[in-house]
Design a protein. Structure first.
Length: 100
């Protein structure tokens, strides 16, 4: 089965974990479906403050009534955490991603 496309209502995402000040923060990066997960990951890692960020998960995302995450990234060889990622994205929006 082919990966879903943005025209089908899905976008791609990756989740990175970084230490920000004294907090551990999971950061969702949401981007168009025509970009590759690995290219976005590599570009983000080049940004100041993101050099030590670690990959947590990657997949596809749709937001209807609430975020829904699924699938995997072939280019990063990692999978979505499904509802865990969806909850993290909601948390990031509401609490800036602070998890510790």
């Amino acid at each position: 089965m082919a990966a879903p496309t943005q025209s089908e209502g899905y976008v791609k995402y990756i989740v990175l974990k970084r230490t920000w000040h004294s907090f551990i923060q999971e950061v969702p990066i949401i981007f168009p479906g025509d970009l590759n997960h690995n290219e976005v990951f590599d570009s983000i890692k080049d940004l100041a403050g993101m050099e030590d960020a670690m990959l947590v998960s990657a997949g596809f995302l749709t937001i209807l009534d609430a975020p829904y995450c699924f699938g995997n990234s072939d280019t990063l060889h990692t999978v979505s955490r499904g509802p865990v990622d969806a909850d993290m994205i909601k948390n990031f929006i509401n609490n800036h991603g602070i998890v510790d």
